[in-house]
Structures are given as structure tokens and as C-alpha cells.
Design a protein. Structure first.
Length: 429
């Protein structure tokens, strides 16, 4: 009996000690320090520490230096390279942190309103309709198992690129009473089916019983341009078809300059919208090579200036973004890019690409008066904090148009095919 009581007392002491250690401030700070720190040349990385925690570098060189006092450790990234930082707790080594310094990297912020035209891979099925035949109303496309959101890529072995490619096949097959061999691209993969066009007795033509589309158009905001390659990123989110609500699979596309004509102000339950028109000359300023969850991407063939901040800026990685004041560049009138105040409400230091990395809130009185907050067409507006490009506006909160999501810039750069780690990999190899 006495032994059981003694064991319980010892167990209680150990439990209380363990809880005390876990809540001991210096140890809590140590646990929150990442195992890898990545910064750009000329930048610092700082973290708080308590007196028993100290930091040293495994190798002493000029690339990376440390400065520390009782409350703070500052890792100074002087030149490209890497090192190891050793953390000691009360003189005992407890953690190793890899420090990587990347070459100075800069992109030019956007903010311009752009017109977007996407051409799909094949033709997109956006609906069914009934053909008025002698035997009643039927939809040949629906009978053939073709669904809304499907993409018709081939008919009778021939590649389909636009809507005008389809009609000759339909009329010929209808007159010969022969089925069409259709190749369909669907989210689950490629399928084949046979579709027999039916004659509409009221129009004396043969029809598929499908509504199809081969392009989509809209407006958005430019996020960044890479000065050396002329690669750009815009919108910050995928473009989906307005009928199917599914992402548009892009064959190619173009961007043109755009002018904002008016604003439909946002309110609770209604996010509002920029109303804009393509420039009168419709001059193509760039192509579209990709439509992804992080925006649209391609290469510019004409120079685009925002007139407010046309110099390349450094970027911040997701773990470097902090809560607090920031600014966005966007257009709310004509084609004039303006700067507005926002607040970074929260940010997630993401290790893997994700579209919702920040929660932002518009606090600029002028922008709130004009738009009510974030409106459709503002997606892609670059977010700048402490002189660095950190991301882009993506989505608005429907029930609070003053707030919305932002995407971290490093994921947009990756989608554009711009590798900020490339020089490090080249040297390592």
C-alpha cells in the first residue's frame, strides 16, 4: 500500500514538472523556431529568446552573421550561401537550424486593370437543349451521355479547336444518317461516345442538342511582371466557366489593356463588381499559357507600367509576412493605378502551395467609400508590405465585403515558372 502511494506521489511530481517545463517560456520559444530559415540577400530574420537560450553558427563566414541580446536573435543574410545555426538551452545544444540565403530577387508590381480572353482546349459543353424532331423533342448529346462541363476534343478523328470546326461534321453526319465518333475530355479522364445528330423540323438543320463555347472573356488585375523574362502573373485565382462553374482548360489566350468605367459597390451578401471595357484598340499585350488555382500566367510582348511604382521590388516568402499594415495597388477609375491601405489580419507560413494564405481587410476610407471593400475584378491586386511584394488579393468574404483572402506571392511565382531557388540548386549541383 505504501509503495502504491509513493508511486502516485512520484507520478504527480513528474506530471507537474513536465507541465511546468512545457509552459516554461524559453522552451516554448525554442519549440517555435523553425528547423529551416530561408531569407534573401540583404534581409534579416529575427526571433525572440529568453536568457538561457543562445545561438551560434557552425561555420564563421561573411555570408551569414548573428547579432543577439537577452531578448532577440537577428540572423543577417549578407550574401548568398548557407550555414547551420546551433541553439543552446542553458548551455546544452538542443536544436539545429539550417539557414539558406537566396540571391536577391525582385519583380515589378502590377495593379493595372487587364482584359482577359481565354480559348479553351476543344469546345466546352455548357448545357443541353431539345431538338424538335418528327418523333418528339430529344437531345442527341444527352442521349450520347455527354455532360455539362465535358470538352469535345475530337470528332471522327479530327482535332476540334473552335466552334466553327463542329458544324460541318454535324450536317454531313445528319444527311448521311451516320453517328459521329466523339472524343470527350472529362475530369475523370478521356471517354469516347457516338452521337447521331437529329434534324430540327422547324429549322431544317441537324443539331447536337448541346450548347457549346470555345472562349471566355473577363477582366482582372495584373499582379507582377518578372523584368528579365517578361513572365507575368495575374488574378490570383482560377478562371471558371460561368455556366459550368468548372475551371477552364486553356489552349491559349490573350490579355489586353482595360479601362474601369464604373463600380457596383459591395455590401453584405453582394460582393460588388468593377465594370470595365477592353481598350479601344484591343492591342494584345501578352499571351495566356496557364489558368491555375493561383491565377493566369504567360508572357508580355508589350511594356505595362502602373505609373505609381514601376521599379522592381523584393518579395517576402510566406513565413516572412506578418500581421499589420500593408497596401494594395488597383484601379477603381479609368486606367489609373492607385495605392490603398489594408490590414493583414492573419497569415499562414505555408510550406506547400495553397491559395488562401492571408486574411486581409480594407481600411482605406477612400476605397471603402468607392467600392465598399473588395469587389470582383480586384482579384490579382498586388499586396505590398514594408516595401516588399508579398501576395495578391484573391477572394472577398460575401458577408463582409471589406475583407477577403490573399495568396502568397511565392506560389504565384512558382506557377509562372519562375524559380526563386534556382541559383541555389545550380551551385549545390
Amino acid at each position: 500500500m505504501k509503495l502504491d502511494i509513493f508511486r502516485k506521489i512520484i507520478g504527480g511530481i513528474l506530471l507537474v514538472s513536465l507541465i511546468g517545463v512545457l509552459f516554461y517560456q524559453p522552451l516554448k520559444q525554442y519549440l517555435h523556431i523553425p528547423k529551416t530559415i530561408t531569407v534573401f540577400e540583404g534581409q534579416d530574420f529575427q526571433f525572440q529568446k529568453a536568457a538561457p537560450v543562445s545561438a551560434t553558427l557552425a561555420t564563421h563566414n561573411k555570408n551569414i552573421t548573428l547579432e543577439q541580446d537577452e531578448n532577440m536573435v537577428s540572423v543577417k543574410a549578407n550574401e548568398y550561401g548557407k550555414n547551420e545555426m546551433l541553439l543552446e538551452f542553458a548551455g546544452i545544444p538542443v536544436k539545429k537550424v539550417d539557414v539558406h540565403v537566396l540571391k536577391d530577387f525582385r519583380v515589378t508590381p502590377g495593379g493595372q486593370s487587364i482584359g482577359v480572353k481565354l480559348n479553351t482546349v476543344g469546345v466546352l459543353v455548357v448545357g443541353h437543349h431539345l431538338v424538335n424532331t418528327d418523333d418528339g423533342k430529344k437531345s442527341p448529346g444527352e442521349l450520347a451521355g455527354i455532360k455539362v462541363g465535358d470538352i469535345i476534343t475530337e470528332i471522327n478523328g479530327k482535332k476540334i479547336e473552335k466552334m466553327t470546326d463542329v458544324s460541318p461534321f454535324v450536317q454531313t453526319a445528319g444527311q448521311n444518317n451516320e453517328p459521329l465518333n466523339m472524343v470527350i475530355s472529362r475530369e475523370t479522364g478521356k471517354i469516347t461516345t457516338k452521337l447521331t445528330p437529329l434534324k430540327d423540323k422547324s429549322e431544317d438543320t441537324y443539331k447536337l442538342g448541346l450548347y457549346i463555347r470555345d472562349s471566355a472573356a473577363g477582366i482582372g488585375t495584373m499582379t507582377f511582371v518578372h523584368p528579365q523574362s517578361k513572365k507575368y502573373g495575374a488574378l490570383g485565382h482560377v478562371i471558371s466557366d460561368m455556366d459550368t462553374k468548372k475551371p477552364i482548360v486553356v489552349e491559349d489566350g490573350q490579355i489586353v489593356r482595360s479601362t474601369v468605367t464604373s463600380i457596383e459597390k459591395g455590401s453584405n451578401g453582394d460582393p460588388g463588381e468593377k465594370l470595365a471595357r477592353f481598350s479601344s484598340d484591343r492591342e494584345v499585350v501578352g499571351n495566356i499559357q496557364k489558368n491555375s488555382p493561383f491565377g493566369i500566367f504567360g508572357v508580355l510582348n508589350k511594356e505595362l507600367k502602373n505609373g505609381i511604382n514601376d521599379k522592381p521590388l523584393p518579395i517576402s516568402l510566406s513565413h516572412q509576412v506578418k500581421e499589420g499594415p500593408a497596401k494594395i495597388l488597383t484601379v477603381v477609375n479609368d486606367d489609373k493605378v492607385e495605392e490603398f491601405d489594408i490590414e493583414i489580419v492573419s497569415t499562414i507560413p505555408q510550406k506547400f502551395p495553397a491559395t488562401k494564405g492571408m486574411v486581409i481587410k480594407v481600411v482605406d476610407p477612400k476605397l471603402l467609400e468607392k467600392t465598399g471593400g473588395i469587389v470582383q475584378g480586384m482579384s490579382g491586386s498586388p499586396i505590398i508590405q514594408d516595401g516588399k511584394l508579398i501576395g495578391a488579393v484573391t477572394h472577398v468574404f460575401v458577408n463582409d465585403p471589406t475583407s477577403g483572402y490573399g495568396v502568397h506571392i511565392e506560389w504565384m511565382l512558382s506557377e509562372a515558372g519562375i524559380n526563386i531557388y534556382e541559383k541555389e540548386k545550380e551551385k549545390a549541383s
